[in-house]
Design a protein around this ligand. Structure first.
Ligand SMILES: O=C(O)c1cc(=O)[nH]c(=O)n1[C@@H]1O[C@H](COP(=O)(O)O)[C@@H](O)[C@H]1O
Length: 280
């Protein structure tokens, strides 16, 4: 079975649905580690966050943008972070959020970077180039891809809600990915928590496909609706991401204590909603 799904299912069975987004913003981190290099400061921040939140989580999601933006030191911090998670928390899968996808040949380079260099178990991709181009990802049974379906941003509907051949585009994506692209059982979909109605529509189309759901916390998505609309009939299948609301719960020296408290709260509230969900 797909290693990502294997790991995340084990966490779901224990009632954990929280994904901690490692969106390490060096401008916010620098004052906490004044004597450190950029690479050391970001890594030490991430390590403290991972150690503080692992027990409440089902996955970690570093967003590549925050690391690429600091050049080689940023990439070094990303690599050290993923190595640290793999060595110390091997039960927790890593989703590299880089929203890749190009022609097939180029995708081989993206897959190598995500899965071999950075050691991620899953990668976010966009669907615009179609199934054929995504072949290098879809043919890999060991790693997972989360395909953007309905994103969380205010302007998500510009293309994603366009009606194409009588149906909204995001629903076509949900249908194609769950029925045509998932032959190796390695696909998931990304749906923003800020669109609970569309989340319910996607769940109805996509069966038991894993959904990565960002948009709670800083973007204001409703936790209860997210869980109730996102869960599969069996009561699992959701990876609910929060980044800023956990990472920067405190800007002071107690940042990891505050992060742990926020992660614990989200985990506890989601489990309470999950407990009352009628599972089949
Ligand atoms: O693919 C994603 O993770 C993603 C998709 C989406 O529709 N909206 C969205 O916010 N994200 C990512 O999820 C994270 C959200 O961060 P916070 O808003 O700080 O919790 C960021 O890394 C975003 O890039």
């Amino acid at each position: 079975m797909n290693r990502f799904h294997d790991l995340v299912r084990t966490r779901w069975r224990k009632g954990h649905f929280l994904c901690v987004g490692l969106d390490a913003d060096y401008a916010k981190i620098a004052p906490l580690f004044p004597a450190d290099s950029v690479a050391d400061a970001i890594f030490r921040f991430n390590r403290a966050i991972v150690e503080a939140t692992a027990e409440y989580s089902c996955a970690f999601k570093p967003n590549s943008a925050f690391y690429e933006g600091y050049g080689l030191p940023g990439l070094e911090a990303l690599l050290r972070t993923t190595q640290f998670i793999r060595e110390n928390f091997p039960e927790l899968p890593i989703i590299l959020d880089a929203k890749r996808a190009d022609i097939g040949n180029t995708n081989r380079g993206y897959a190598k970077a995500a899965f071999e260099v950075f050691g991620a178990h899953a990668l976010t991709v966009h669907p615009y180039l179609g199934k054929e181009a995504l072949g290098p990802f879809l043919a890999d049974p060991d790693h997972a891809v989360f395909v953007l379906c309905h994103t969380s941003n205010p302007g998500a509907g510009e293309f994603q809600e366009l009606t194409v051949a009588g149906r909204e585009l995001y629903k076509i994506v949900a249908d194609q990915v769950s029925r045509e692209w998932n032959a190796n059982r390695n696909c998931g979909l990304v749906v923003g928590a800020t669109y609970p109605g569309q989340l319910a529509e996607v769940r109805a189309i996509a069966g038991d496909l894993p959904l990565l759901i960002p948009g709670i916390g800083a973007q204001g998505g409703d936790l209860r609706q997210t869980v109730l609309h996102g869960l599969t009939a069996a009561g699992d299948g959701i990876v609910v991401n929060a980044s800023r609301s956990i990472l920067y719960a405190s800007s002071g020296a107690d940042f990891s204590v505050a992060a742990a408290a926020e992660a614990e709260r989200l985990d506890r509230e989601m489990r309470a909603i999950w407990a009352e969900f009628p599972k089949k």
